[in-house]
Design a protein around this ligand. Sequence first.
Ligand SMILES: [Zn+2]
Length: 379
Amino acid sequence: MSQKTYQICTRCVMDTSDPDISFDANGQCNHCSDALRRLEQSYMPDARGQEKLEKLVEEMRHAGRGKDYDCLIGLSGGVDSSWLTYKSKEWGLRPLVFHVDAGWNTPVAEQNIQRLISHLGYELHTCTIDWEEMRDLQRAYLYSALANQDVPQDHAFFAVLFHTAAKMGLRYWLSGFNLVSESVLPRAWGYMAMDSRQLKAIHKRFGQRPLRHFPTLSFWDCCKFYNDIPLFPTVKAVTPLHWMPYNPDEAKLVLQREAGWENYGRKHSESRFTKLIQNYYLPTKFGFDIRRAHLSSLIAAGQMTREEALTQLQEPLYEPEELREDTAFVLERLGLTEADWERLMALPNRTFRDYPNRSGMLHAARNVKVFLRRMGIVK
Ligand SMILES: [Zn+2]
């Protein structure tokens, strides 16, 4: 990274590597105030959350009557979805546990999934994305020089889960999204994965083979997903981790002790591709370290001190040998040479605005919910 001087927030560890960051008179950043407001509004690790959770579980059981399952869970092998799957057993739910294999699972992630499923006595359903298409799309994304290189994996994940739940008539999708570890994420550091217009435009420009089987979400799918309109009952994503005490480190210890689960390292390192992107591509090419967002989320949630986070940030992103191994692995899987990689790293950086997108429409679709709520049409 360059020798530029960064201003760091006095409360969390976000800094001016986010070009949109702002600070108040005490040097505290906008991410702190946003995260604290969201936590105050929506994170309820208390009796209020317990009540909401019990009501939700009852609704899911009711919706599942006469069906094989009460809800759907997407299990990635990471801690958030593993913990949710583990808790679903305690809640007496009958989830359809679904794994989307985009071709990058680490052996530890695979093993975690198998051990957890066998410990809970669940059956695992897996959808494997057509690898040739996935590879072509991921190469296209690298040539697009965008920061969010996880879009192909994430879009496939959302699309498969959404369409599976819809096809099976399941009303509830249990999402592992949580405010404890994910309340801070600067908009300048990425772009939403739901935008199939952008995905197809990038593939059209840089891809080499047609996408025949790759699962996508249409604009209408997104509208239905964001807005649970009574006229068009659809799959509803719910986030139970908002309504219970959630500590990812403690969850990992319980999963290790109870299900023989193994720690895979940093957040999102269950995918070897994402690990290389987060720990090398983004800091080297885009000049930001995504650990700052993860650690700042934990600080906002009161689960880490700023000093502990600063100490963790001193740890190298990669040991040289591990970086060589992961780079070689990813390049080989993608059919790229080291010279290709150097060219990709040297491309001028782009943002989502440089390619066709539905950003405005998708934000408007989300805002429709606020309008419908005010009109009393949805709860
Ligand atoms: Zn801050």
